[in-house]
Design a protein around this ligand. Structure first.
Ligand code: GYE
Length: 332
């Protein structure tokens, strides 16, 4: 692409000089034609997490840092992502970065990228195993680890409360079905339910990682039952929607004598709810992936080897130990 860009700039320079007789700065070898061209296909803007992720990638892959970023928002449609990636290939970008909505369905388009010799960096969510040789590196979270952490926390918490053997009725609000965060956060919970004969999934619905959908499904679940001990939400937006519905139905979201709400992401708003005790546990999912992507690309530019899997740093927040200072000192 840089070669192509150089040719375009050269032609433009000749044209401009010819027309105006003035010198132009857009000559090959100038700053512009050294920019690394990246096509970035983002899933959409469904959550606070996603918006922060987009802003971070845009701010890091900036012109000042040596990039020309072509951004495409797929508005939650996999077909739009495929179309955008195909457009990036036609534009002969230097790198393709994309956050796959779901794990399946990428084989054909990634083969096209491979044939065109364009390295692909998968961020945020994974793609299925059989396509693993079709991308250069992955930057994102270990979602299974996040799910395991949440489940272990719940086991310990119930034990401390002396409820290890009491019936525990769990409402499970899932993320976008078939996406890695949904699978990684769902499987450990389902396995734990199999391990604990006293745990039961009272309802399991898709909240699609949005507050609105979660509010809607939680409200309809509450029409069927209010006998709920735990609400396990797969992101903060869903937790906020579920809490609104629970409170409207007169239930308390309070881990000590009400519903234990578990969430993922640890966005600023989600952590305010954790500080207030309404979200008992918030497992962080770090959206600040730009610096990791930058590092991978810069290494590839220098011809250095890169790690295929690059997990971002993450922690978790417990309502008993979170403080105002922790929230205020965070970068997002
Ligand atoms: O948890 C959720 C978002 O893929 C990690 O998608 C991401 C998830 C995140 O919409 O809020």
């Amino acid at each position: 692409m840089r070669k192509l860009l150089a040719v375009i700039l050269c032609v433009a320079a000749v044209f401009l000089c010819g027309c105006s007789g003035e010198d132009t700065h857009a000559l090959p070898g100038s700053a512009e034609d050294n920019l690394i061209v990246v096509g970035f296909s983002q899933v959409g803007a469904e959550s606070e997490w996603r918006v922060t992720n987009t802003e971070n990638i845009k701010s890091v892959l900036s012109e000042e840092n040596g990039y020309m970023l072509i951004f495409d928002d797929a508005r939650q449609e996999q077909e739009n992502q495929i179309r955008a990636i195909r457009m990036f290939i036609q534009q002969d970008v230097d790198y393709i970065v994309f956050s796959p909505k779901v794990e399946t369905g990428w084989n054909a388009i990634l083969l096209e990228a491979k044939e065109a010799g364009i390295p692909v960096i998968v961020i945020d969510r994974y793609i299925e195993r059989q396509d693993e040789d079709l991308y250069t590196a992955y930057v994102g979270s270990d979602f299974y680890k996040e799910g395991e952490l949440a489940v272990k926390w719940l086991e310990d918490f119930l034990e401390e409360q002396g409820r290890a053997n009491e019936p525990i009725r769990i409402v499970h609000i899932q993320g976008t079905i078939g996406s890695t965060p949904q699978l990684g956060r769902t499987v450990p919970l389902e396995n734990a339910v199999k391990r604990h004969p006293n745990w039961v999934i009272a309802a399991q619905e898709c909240g699609d990682f949005t507050k609105a959908k979660s509010y809607e499904v939680m409200s309809s679940i509450l029409k069927r039952t209010t006998d709920i001990d735990v609400v396990y939400c797969e992101n903060d937006g869903e937790a906020l929607g579920a809490i609104a519905a629970l409170e409207e139905a007169g239930l308390k979201c309070n881990p000590e004598d009400g519903v234990i709400v578990i969430s993922f992401d640890a966005t600023r708003l989600g952590l305010e709810y954790t500080l207030a005790g309404k979200i008992a546990l918030n497992v962080e999912c770090n959206p600040l992936q730009g610096p990791y992507v930058d590092k991978v690309i810069k290494k590839l530019e220098r011809g250095e080897p890169v790690d295929r899997i690059n997990y971002v740093d993450e922690t978790y927040f417990d309502y008993r130990t979170i403080t105002r200072e922790m929230i205020d000192s965070r970068g997002y």
